[in-house]
Design a protein around this ligand. Structure first.
Ligand code: GEK
Length: 245
């Protein structure tokens, strides 16, 4: 049987009269798998590895959180790999994302039970956690609020528990920042996005997705109390960190 094709992201393909800030609305949700795969270099590898990392750290009778779950790619990767009896809690504040995630979770029932919550990460209680994943989500929370979110995650983790934090990053060195940004544009062009799509999307995300250098993320994680922070993935300006309590 042929795999159904993902609807293609063409949201920024035509010149837009008025550019509005990017939101995770119905139109984005419809094309989201195509959009994220063609925009984030290494996304499929990160998702695959999240399952493997989660399986190592998940503990019986604990919770594994996927904060900013979108359509559940990380949740499903964890569910397929985790072999112990735990509960996965998937959270997203976009109602369309949360309902799409629920549909995907129902269609794939193997492994631990999953609760999908439509809620803001800033309002969700984290408790009894062995694994927490924030896969390209903290970047959408205002920098001033990030420390409080990480502290709450740290406090809700059991000793030895982990936070896997993936982010788009910037670089303190201006030349390195420009190079990585140019290479990221090359990646998107190679995946079929036009210069118009790249520039309109960049403008729509400008005030919504705020990047920081990896050193700022590491410092914040250590200040929250994590014992170690280990970068385990990087492709251009996208990294993933493993923080262990
Ligand atoms: C994946 N992790 O496929 N509370 C809850 N959800 C939020 C919040 C918030 N405050 N802010 C943003 N989101 C996914 C990809 S996408 C990344 C994550 C991207 C949600 C938002 O609705 C969206 O679904 C997700 O975080 C970010 O592995 O599009 O670049």
């Amino acid at each position: 049987m042929k795999k159904p094709r993902r609807p293609r992201d063409a949201l920024y393909a035509e010149p837009l009269e008025r550019l509005v800030d990017f939101t995770f609305d119905e139109s984005v949700v419809q094309v989201f798998p195509d959009m994220i795969n063609r925009s984030v270099p290494g996304y499929a590898t990160v998702i695959d590895m999240l399952g493997i990392l989660a399986a190592r750290y998940a503990r019986t009778n604990t919770r594994c959180y996927d904060l900013g779950c979108s359509l559940g790619a990380a949740t499903l990767a964890m569910r397929r790999q985790i072999a112990v009896d735990c509960r996965i809690v998937a959270v997203d504040n976009s109602p369309t994302m949360a309902s799409g995630c629920r549909t995907n979770v129902c269609a794939d029932s193997a492994g631990p039970a999953v609760d999908v919550l439509c809620a803001d990460i800033r309002d969700v209680r984290i408790e009894d956690a062995s694994v927490t994943v924030m896969n390209f989500t903290l970047q959408f929370i205002a920098p001033a609020e990030r420390a409080a979110v990480l502290q709450k995650i740290y406090d809700g983790l059991r000793p030895g528990g982990v936070l896997i934090l993936s982010e788009k990053i910037s670089f303190e060195d201006g030349a390195a920042d420009q190079l990585m940004s140019d290479l990221h544009d090359d990646f998107k062009r190679a995946r079929g996005y036009s210069d118009l799509e790249i520039s309109q999307k960049r403008a729509a995300l400008e005030k919504v997705l705020i990047t920081e250098p990896v050193a700022a993320h590491c410092a914040r994680l250590l200040a929250a109390g994590f014992a170690t922070v280990q970068p385990w993935f990087q492709c251009l300006n996208f990294v993933s960190l493993l923080a262990i309590k």
